[in-house]
Design a binder for this molecule. Structure first.
Ligand SMILES: C[S@@+](CC[C@H](N)C(=O)[O-])C[C@H]1O[C@@H](n2cnc3c(N)ncnc32)[C@H](O)[C@@H]1O
Length: 398
């Protein structure tokens, strides 16, 4: 068994822990909220399955070793005893990511500079340095992650390569696209059952409806990409092909998935992305403003990421947009469930929907929350307003 860590955005730990448990993998008993990941144990094959099937994690690290180090000589000596040959072919380029807290070895760059020597001691030759280029460094080199905390050094090897949100389908983007991993996390947190209709009226480049279709169809999120472990010395291509086949699509009935945006360029990008993801035929795209949505009568889910804050537009426009959004949802989607990812709760309060926070995380460095609830009918809100002019909705009586 290997000791692994599924890295994720802070706040998504319970969702990632749930995904790991669904794969039958043993996780730490209570993942710490905000820890940025979840510890778990798995065999080499379990690690491969985690990379192939996790939808909400950013990367998977495997622990190579840990030891105490208070001086560079100690660091080099101990690191030189680690079994690097498991993960590094001689001469393979490496890149280091070092973080140090409350440790005598506090100079992170200096720590990184000592490690090639330690690897050379074990492998007989130093690793190549990661070359430059436009691709992220972990696509070109094996990433090694070192953390020093209170002089305790943990050395981990990245098993994923490029971040897992890079599923390979999203080449075309519109304004402020969500990471695929966050889009999938909000779908899971919304409680969508993957059987009821789903509508994203601010679809942008289509990340939410595409992830919804991949989920409902149970398509492998990592089927079209490479992983770092594929460059490890022991990688068995035939065993990997077998693993892919064993975990491949189980045909599932896909509900209506509707996606719209008022920007024709965004809808075009969303369609192209859906085609690359192999789900274009499962999503009904249309170019329309939110005021013109036409949801089916049956109850369903609105899962969306409306524009907010500094990433898009001015505040006055946004206040009007949210007031309009509330009105449209109450008049056309009463009784539907809604989950709206927003960076400004005051804006959402202006929609008058009375939702509750179900998830808090970061999106592009900004704090965001997922506000969820059942969409109330128009008449209920109108009554509250008449009874309490200027005071907003009356809280439900006890
Ligand atoms: C934050 S982006 C959505 C990003 C999307 N989740 C993605 O991953 O690409 C918000 C989107 O809302 C759209 N939008 C803004 N005002 C709108 C309106 N009144 N009706 C419909 N769409 C609107 C914008 O064109 C933009 O694509």
């Amino acid at each position: 068994m290997e000791s692994l860590f599924a890295v994720c955005a802070p706040g998504l730990e319970p969702i990632v822990a749930g995904e790991l448990q669904d794969l039958g993998l043993k996780t730490e008993s209570a993942p710490r909220f905000g820890a940025g990941g979840v510890r778990f144990e798995a065999s080499y094959q379990g690690m491969q399955r985690a990379n192939l099937l996790l939808r909400c994690a950013d990367r998977v690290l495997v622990r190579l070793g840990e030891f105490r180090a208070t001086a560079f000589s100690e660091l080099e000596k101990r690191a030189g005893l680690l079994p690097w040959e498991k993960h590094l072919a001689p001469g393979r380029p490496v890149a280091f990511k070092v973080a140090s807290w409350r440790s005598r070895l506090y100079h992170e760059n200096a720590v990184a500079l000592r490690l090639p020597g330690a690897i050379a001691r074990r492998l007989g030759q130093p690793p190549a340095a990661a070359g430059g280029g436009e691709a992220p460094v972990e696509a070109l080199a094996q990433l090694i992650v070192i953390s020093l905390e209170d002089d305790h050094c943990t050395v981990s090897v990245d098993t994923s390569g490029e971040l897992l949100h890079r599923r390979g389908y999203r080449l075309a983007t519109a304004k402020a696209p969500l990471r695929e991993t966050l889009a999938c996390a909000i779908l899971k947190a919304s409680g969508w059952d993957a059987a009821s209709p789903l509508l994203d009226p601010f679809c942008g480049s289509g990340t939410i409806p595409i992830e919804a279709a991949l989920l409902a169809r149970r398509m492998l999120p990592g089927a079209a990409r490479r992983f770092a472990f594929m460059d490890w010395p022991g990688f068995d291509r035939a065993a990997w092909a077998k693993l892919m086949a064993e975990n491949s699509t189980v045909p599932a009935v896909v509900p209506r998935i509707m996606a719209s945006d008022r920007d024709a360029g965004a809808v075009r990008a969303a369609r192209e992305n859906a085609e690359r993801a192999g789900v274009a035929g499962l999503i009904e795209f249309s170019c329309r403003a939110v005021s013109a949505i036409a949801p089916p009568p049956a109850p369903g889910w609105i899962v969306s990421n409306p524009p907010y804050g500094v990433r898009l537009r001015g505040q006055n426009d946004l206040r009007n947009l949210y007031a309009q959004l509330g009105k449209v949802l109450r008049s056309k989607c009463a009784g539907w469930q809604a989950a709206l990812l927003c960076g400004d709760k005051r804006l959402l309060a202006g929609a008058g929907l009375g939702f509750e926070t179900r998830l808090s995380t970061l999106n592009g460095g900004l704090k965001v929350s997922l506000e969820c609830g059942t969409i109330p009918p128009e008449s209920k809100i109108a009554t509250y307003r008449m009874e309490r002019p200027g005071l907003g909705p009356r809280p439900p009586s006890a």
